[in-house]
Design a protein around this ligand. Sequence first.
Ligand SMILES: [Zn+2]
Length: 543
Amino acid sequence: MPIQQQQRCLLVTPVKRLVANVTLALFIVTTAAASLAPAGLARADGLPDLGDASDAVVTEPQERAIGKRIMLDVRGDRAFVDDPEIVEYISYLGNRLVAASRGATNDNRREFEFFVLNDDTINAFALLGGFVGFHSGLILASRTESELAGVMGHEISHVLQRHSARGAMGQRGGGLMQLAALAAAILAARSGSSSAGQATEAAILGGQALAIQNQLDYSRDFEREADRIGIQVMMRAGFDPQGMVGFFDRLLKANRHNEGKAPGYLRTHPLTTERIADMQNRVDQLLNESDKRLRAIAESAEYKLAQARLRVMSMSATDAISFFRGAIDEKTVLRNRADVYGLSMAMAKGRDFAGAERELNKIRLSPAAHPWIERQLAEIQLGQGKTEAAIRTYQEGVRRFPDSRALALGLLEAHFLAGQTDTALQLANERLKSIQDDAKLYEIVGKCYERLGKKLAQHRAIAESYYRRGNLVGAIEQLEIALKAKDGDFYESSSTESRLRELKTEFKNRPLMPGEKRDRPEREERGFSPTLNIRAISSAHLN
Ligand SMILES: [Zn+2]
């Protein structure tokens, strides 16, 4: 039974990571938070007093600023999934839960951004500033959307409850030591020296051991609180809270077989039988028996499709084809749409475009039933070199699903591929009138201007794309390059100049990093390249 084997693999081997992630999340959040505490003041007093109000320790803009810097590196990582469908799905799920959190907590005025890393270990984490990441391995290991929503609800609750600031308060002296470690690390990373990357990693790893030691007591409480609020949030969002219990219970059982090999802190880590029992009690209180029976949860159509997509991304074409063939063969009555979709994607990955199209046609309906399936057809047509056919598929898709970003961007790119640069640009500019926060859209605009030889416009578009990815320094640099090109008319030049002034002002007023000076010459910032290694961060605690 290939499917069962697959699932067992996913659960047993990488389970340590998920268990560890809880500590990891707290570590990143807490260490960075602590690092923003007024260390000088604390030292002057002798006894650090971080106070009661968490906002006094670290402000929300500071949290966000640190998170953004870490995200710059995360976005540059090979594992970062920029796929429009996956981005759309994880954002949908996260935002559905965030919307439902109103009322479940006192304060949910947090900004969130959800992302996926292509990594087959089971992990999910909340970075400082509301950036919530999921490994594809976790999404694939979930059996229902409610299970996935359970982990999502838990991570969102860590952010909503500001466990970061509360963790820093609880740590006292230890928190201040980590504070120094992280401050040094981030500033070292900015110096641009070749050893900066190693320094950053070393400091983070060094601080991490301490963090784990110091946080166990607090993290148990935080875990319970995140479970409790997570359950409420997922119920409000219309998911089955039993999904959270089920998923964590499965992880706990899977981990038990590995206990001998588990690192020391895992044995005392808060994913315990008691915690699962607490969750179950809470769910039982919230749901009476009839509720449990009646609770038929409608999964989004995208959940299974997203799993199929991620599975193809994480496997070789051959393995993915045999996986989905096996899955389809097992179902004697009804073939699962997501399995056929996955098989078609896998065949296209193996460059068997005719086979991919044949499979996809089995689930295509008229009128088109799902935007992802339409885009898959267009991708197959592009693979076959049928660019005009792909453009037509995209055009029909956009007409039928005007809200689909994946189809809209796909159409632009198909026009670009066909050499229809002016059309692509015209459509992109049309879209920019209503959508201003899409980095990828600006990236396509930049490519179009590059091909047209318009340097000012090209770098201006790249600047806007960088800016939307949180790279303010890179954006300023691109605007300067744009102005040097001197190939714009008066209006273009002066609007670029004023945009440059705007971003420089924003740079001057940015929340400061610990140890950073407000009057630091801007030139020095150019060397800043964040070098936090997320692979190192997410695996280090297993050592
Ligand atoms: Zn947690």
